[in-house]
Design a protein around this ligand. Sequence first.
Ligand code: PMM
Length: 306
Amino acid sequence: MTNNTRAHAATKERTVWRPRPFDDMLQTFRRGDPLSRCLVMGVLNITPDSFSDGGRYLALDTAVAHGRAMADAGADIVDVGGESTRPGAQRISAATELRRVIPVVRDLAAAGIAVSIDTMRAEVAMAAVSAGAQIVNDVSGGAADPAMARAVAEMHAPFVAMHWRAPSDVMDQHAHYAGDVVEAVGDELARRIDALCAAGVEFDRIVVDPGIGFAKNPVHNWALLSRLPEIGDRLDRPVLVGASRKRFLRRAVGVPDLDAATTSVSALAALGGARCVRVHDVSGNLAAVRVAEHWASGARRSTHRV
Ligand code: PMM
């Protein structure tokens, strides 16, 4: 390769066009436009022990192939995570997390795919954004790492702040709410948003998540899902829902294949105003949110003459 062709290849790599679905969604939300289609975020866990896909994508080529396959199936965003947060999971080192996620983020972003980084560490978030990630998805909402809020503020990245009370190894001990769980989660998320904004994070770039399955029992999860509009209205922020294949669904539906239950939740969540669902089965959930989109626009149109 000559110096010229090398420079040309480098320029091409830098200028690869990448959709920015989260920014578009945040803008739509800011303008108060009617709900556009709920986004579909595909889950890519590069971990040995996540409860659904643990161990399947530890090799770089299989991880990248699965990320690409989800994008081909219609995922708006691929969410790359290197640390399991299943109940009981122990923390891993930053070095291990970086080694797992950064090459995958780099390859998917270079392929023009919108990537989010699922991490509780500022160091990992910054490295992932440098490698091409557009969104920081933190299950602790910035509470696990005191450096996260400043890092997000400096990077101007959209930030998913999930409701979280404690690390995964002890979170089940924190599934107690004195009063109404929906009010409590709303209050705790409101305090988290205040802390993030005090550290410089732009309010307009925050997306909230009720944290299904995190320090919640099934009753809490169903209350939060069935009252999503209250959470979004109370916080004046778009809502993301991550219920895919989670334990409480198995108990509720009583069948081992949880993708059908997840797609039902996605359709109902989208009708309840969720702006993004984080899921394993992209095509099924894309169909679900498209049905919800038509359902909602059918309801709007039926009040006018067509
Ligand atoms: N759940 C998991 C991991 N990351 N991120 C957000 N924003 N919301 C979630 O509910 C969420 C998340 C754990 O589930 P997994 O093991 O299937 O990734």
